[in-house]
Design a protein around this ligand. Structure first.
Ligand SMILES: [Zn+2]
Length: 174
């Protein structure tokens, strides 16, 4: 009756830890819930780096609901240490930190470029306002064809004199 329960996979074959250590996997085996027989490498790595008795001690020290996270952390650290015996997972962390710093610099440079571009591109609202002023002036002087001819040079000089950026600056003032 007990052997046909849902946890038959655990009761039938020893857990990865007990199989590795060649011992009988008892029902209260501390490793069994976290080292299933399908993942033999997980325990092999952890055992190689930390030692089975240290893992057992650590699992007994932490709360049952934290044990799975603890085992996953140990497995991650052990795998990283096997791949990189000198730096372990610190190697991966520093690679990612360097990547973050590089991307932050790239972002800063791109933002600076954007600001520069923003300053070079004429502000459409300012341009329109100046053009309207010019049109009014033109109307005083004389209208029609003269106005349209006057357009480009006056508006471009207005843009060059006015150095405000198109985006936020104008809106803050207005
Ligand atoms: Zn076991």
């Amino acid at each position: 009756m007990a052997s046909s329960s849902s946890s038959s996979s655990y009761s039938n074959s020893p857990c990865a830890a007990c199989k590795f250590l060649r011992r009988k996997c008892l029902p209260d085996c501390i490793f069994a819930p976290y080292f299933p027989p399908e993942e033999p490498q997980k325990f092999a790595n952890v055992h190689k780096i930390f030692g089975a008795s240290n893992v057992s001690k650590l699992l007994n020290e932490v709360q049952p609901h934290q044990r799975e996270d603890a085992v996953n952390s140990l497995a991650y650290e052990a795998e990283a240490r096997i791949k990189d015996p000198v730096y372990g997972c610190v190697g991966a962390i520093s690679v990612l930190q360097r990547q973050v710093i590089r991307l932050q610099k790239e972002l800063d440079a791109t933002n600076a470029d954007l600001m520069r571009y923003c300053n070079e591109v004429p502000n459409p609202t300012l341009g329109r306002r100046n053009n309207n002023n010019n049109n009014n002036n033109n109307n005083n002087l004389g209208e029609g064809g003269g106005g349209s001819f006057y357009y480009p040079s006056s508006s471009s000089s207005a843009w060059n004199n006015d150095d405000t950026c198109g985006g936020g600056d104008g809106y803050h003032r207005g």
